[in-house]
Design a protein around this ligand. Sequence first.
Ligand code: B3K
Ligand code: ZN
Length: 884
Amino acid sequence: MREHTPNTVYLKDYTPPDYLIETVDLFFELDEENTRVTSKLRIRRNPESPGEHRELELDGEQLVLESIRLNGRNLNAADYRLGDESLVLPGVPDRPFELEIVTRINPKANTALEGLYLSKDMLCTQCEAQGFRKITYFADRPDVMAKYTTTIVADKSRYPVLLSNGNRIATGELKNGRHWVKWEDPFKKPSYLFALVAGRLECLEDRYVTCSGREVTLQIFVEKHDLDKCDHAMQSLKNAMRWDEENFGREYDLDLYMIVAVGHFNMGAMENKGLNVFNTKYVLARPDTATDADYEHIEGVIGHEYFHNWTGNRITCRDWFQLSLKEGLTVFRDQEFSADRTSRAVKRIDEVNMLRTRQFAEDAGPLAHPVRPESYIEINNFYTLTVYEKGAEVVRMIQTLIGKEGFRKGTDLYFERHDGQAVTCDDFVKCMEDASGVDLAQFRLWYGQAGTPEVRISADYDATNRALNLTVRQSCPATPGQPVKAPFHIPLAIGLLAPDGTELPLRLDGETEPFAQKTRVLDVKASEQHFRFVGLAEKPVVSALRGFSAPVRLHLDRSVEELAFLFSHDPDPFNRWDAGQQLASQVILDLVDQYAEGETPAAADGPLTEAYRRVLSGNWPDLSYLALLLTLPSEEYISAAMKVIDPDAVHRARQTAKLALARTLEAEFRRLYETHHVDEAGRFDAEAVGRRRLKNACLAYLGMLESEEAYRLSVRQFRSARTMTDQISSLAVIVNGHHPEKAACLTEFYERWRAEDLVIDKWFTLQATCHLPGTLDRVKELLAHPAFDLKIPNRVCCLIGAFTQNNAVNFHARDGAGYEFLADQIIALNSLNPQVAARMLTALTPWRRYDEDRQQLMRRQLQRIAGLEKVSKDVYEVAMKSLS
Ligand code: B3K
Ligand code: ZN
């Protein structure tokens, strides 16, 4: 067992810092294994902090302390206390003083990829959340904001490029082939936004003229052979800069904006001031190496990190419990940016799909936590879907409640009031309230209460009085530490449809004026509430929670006919798609029940086929949207509706339904496929992307048939593809069936792309997500493949993560082999990269959702991990909480 139980940190214990650090002057003498860091700090007492202020406590981990000087005087061991994670100086002066600390670190040994580390031949940093303390002793908390200068000294041939935050203010040559660069960041920032990069990098450069006419140099640094894959990222950056000016009135504030792409990176990207560090997968794209989805994600993530410059950097978080202050808001901003750049309806559906499957599962399991958590053991475990995606939904609800104009006033006020400060989620909501005059007191519960609210709507038509009575009830399941919940303030967007599909007026009883819009947002605040709509000549069909106006589970009893009607007629594109999802879920869950009763269901022409046929005969301007209408709900989504998840039955039922559709609608899928199978390599506009999305959805249906014809189509597309979207989509069809050329295609693909890491990642994922039997053995073989490396997070996610999170039928094999495999990998990762290990471990968290046998097998592996002698904080927290 673990020797010490790690500490829990509580929000309620927050106190302001005793000391403030005004300036930080860093001097790095870089070396792969022995880097020397000299840090000169200007420190003063915090006038806002109560208490005695005697001791100065700095954070530091895995550092070798060389020397400390206080106001120029050398300190000796008796003058300070050195712990594993801290350096305490009792008795520092009352007046402002200067502290100089020299430490040594070993970037090469740093496989956790936090602090200063080596990625291939490049040295780079990752400081959020608490990585700066692995570089030097510091008050490593976001409410200590300082001005930084950074001098980097390094060997010029190995590290010709030396980067840090802000502006380059001086450079020079030294003896022995060394050189130096000095950087100055004029803006105060918390330590987690510090960055340093050194390496042999090439750069794509461009310029951007801001709305006030200032010229900004834009640079993207990559390895030489990736220079031809940066154009899309550069264009995305310029789009993001313009969009933030136009939509939020935010202008960039430095003369230089740098992005560096790094191969070894724990997450997507990092918003360090003026020097973003990105996972290569969110920068590099060429039509033949990146899919349309990759192109969209790159634009989204480039936007996200850019938007952080205001929401995160200029205004940052007071403490890490406020993480959603920057992340929820910035995700909301990147979502809106992408919606404006692509298809709003499709973007919204993609977001909700992820939220409803993954975030809802998080909310329903033992790791459930509020958008603003109350405690943590390891903060890195709280970069979650709840903090990010649900956090963005909370911001979106505020916009819905106070209106777009009110929201813009609110953000203007927020930037004006809090620029340069470290603040709380509550400060943000207060700005929204002050700017709009809308009371958000009850709304604040969304930040503090965990769990997904359940909303039940019943509709009763009163023909005599031509009225519709709606009853809306809400409740929220208990979550860890929160047995009872108060009702939420829920914006419920609603529309009413006449039998011919036209929208009906939304006048509430007692109102004299007609309501002008087709969608009306109801304020749901109580556990039970009644709304009476009047002036309705016929019984309407209710279209509820339009646009997914709140992150809730909606229960509204609907007949198959009603769902089919909405699927054909709802003018709200989200609800129209969702009606199709509900309809398909019902059909698939029926099949699941029939399997459970030992029946072999006849897959006949059902209402689903009819509904699809109608959709297929329509005239659709947005082909991506049509592709979504034709996509069955995921196994994950269907499973969420089950009391006890049966992954085999869900998989079988979904495949059966898909095959039935393929059989009945073969001619239509074939026709659509041929119509849209045109060569548009290099085109990434909505039309070309829509064509590819649609035709590849059709190909996937045709692939179900395992016919000679389907084999011919998929292999033809695979071999002639000029975009990665087309190539990978056809290969997925080949891999998931019994195509005679499967092995040959996989080999061809590997040989062609072996020099492109990001493409080889896809090759791993494809094999790991194959739903056929034997996949686990193949995954184990791939662990030994020369291209696999447990030290590269992208590889781990693409093989182990893909298998455990996107291959339920194989991961949850009855014999528990999938669980044991995962635990073995986590044990290996625990010492190499705890952050990634903990993330992988969450695949075992929802064990209670499965049958007794699986529960036991999953729990056994969790216990095995929790009992490790040297379990990291990250893994320990996830394992213990999952078991609790
Ligand atoms: N802020 C970073 C995430 C850092 C994660 C640290 N474990 C990326 C982002 O959300 O933009
Ligand atoms: Zn972010």
